[in-house]
Design a protein around this ligand. Structure first.
Ligand SMILES: [Zn+2]
Length: 321
């Protein structure tokens, strides 16, 4: 459904400038081997829009699909920031954030996911790609996708306190690199599903039941574990961090079903606060899981967390507190 939205953060709707940052066209996002990144060369955008009076309000109505996608992205990012701030996370350091409409990305294969929106960790920049397929909701306009991508920015902020810092582990030859990738996807989906209270936000855009967090996802065999993925996937490009990440997001959804979305997210954030000092040097999902179990137990949800641990993570062998 297309409907007017109030986006006070967007000061200049013609040039996509506002409190969240500026969206520019083209340019290049560079993802360097040392984990740093940058975005350069974007040029000013011009969104063609008609200003109409709807319900007594002045509304900018974009005249093409690109404009509609960009306005929707900005509104969804604003909503994600507001929802995260409501949980006591100070996102000041992230904004203003650059966003790149249809940029070049190098090295190209680093960024060849199916996604049409991505957050480049280390560069603190959003990459936005037009959607070539005919979907109910283009990926870029899917609220959950933007919340998910913002989740990468938030986890990086919580772990490093610096949005411009490189990822904590940049060496694909070590196991924690693969934990990092999965824990990031797990947290990004946790944030999106809990803040929107929607375990299947992806459905509006993609037929991807493997990403539903209210299903029976579990660590079923070694192939999902970083130790095995490291030895079988010689390049990080071939690695798939999502299956293991989805188990973590499903664990958080179990907590939501035992209580409510806000309480579940408070527990996850508490777990990250306990884990971050230990995880900063060596990402490890078993350490994080024990922090999650402890945080849930302290919040009075030990039984639900322990049942989820047994159903989903038995293979990791992390004991309940
Ligand atoms: Zn992601």
């Amino acid at each position: 459904m297309i409907a007017p939205r109030d986006v006070p953060e967007l000061d200049d709707a013609t040039h996509m400038r506002g409190a969240l940052g500026t969206v520019t066209h083209g340019g290049r996002i560079r993802n360097n081997p040392d984990g740093s990144g940058d975005y350069t060369g974007g040029v000013d955008l011009v969104v063609h829009a008609d200003v109409q009076t709807i319900g007594g309000e002045q509304v900018a109505v974009p005249l093409d699909e690109d404009g509609l996608l960009l306005y929707t992205f900005y509104a969804n990012l604003a909503a994600a920031r507001t929802a995260v701030e409501a949980h006591g996370i100070d996102t000041t350091a992230i904004f203003p954030m650059a966003a790149a409409w249809n940029p070049a990305v190098s090295p190209l294969l680093e960024f060849a996911p199916a996604d049409n929106a991505a957050y480049a960790t280390g560069a603190n920049v959003f990459m936005l790609l037009p959607d070539g397929d005919d979907r109910d909701v283009p990926v870029l306009a899917n609220e959950g996708v933007i919340f998910h991508e913002f989740g990468h920015a938030i986890l990086h902020l919580l772990m490093t306190h610096d949005p411009g810092a490189p990822p904590l582990v940049i060496d694909p030859a070590v196991e924690s690199h693969y934990w990092q990738a999965s824990l990031h996807e797990g947290f990004a989906d946790t944030l999106a599903t809990l803040l929107l209270d929607d375990p299947r936000f992806i459905d509006a855009s993609l037929d991807l039941p493997l990403r539903h967090v209210d299903d029976d996802h579990a660590v079923v065999d070694d192939s999902m574990l970083p130790s095995t993925r490291m030895s079988t996937d010689l390049s990080q490009i071939a690695d798939d961090p999502y299956p293991l990440g989805t188990v973590y997001a499903s664990f958080a959804w179990d907590l939501r079903e035992a209580t409510d979305p806000d309480t579940a997210l408070v527990i996850v954030l508490d777990a990250i606060a306990r884990w971050a000092p230990q995880g900063a040097s060596d990402m490890d999902g078993t350490v994080y899981l024990s922090c999650l179990l402890q945080a849930a137990d302290d919040a009075g949800l030990g039984d639900a967390a322990c049942a989820s641990n047994e159903a989903r993570f038995a293979l990791l062998g992390v004991p309940c507190p």
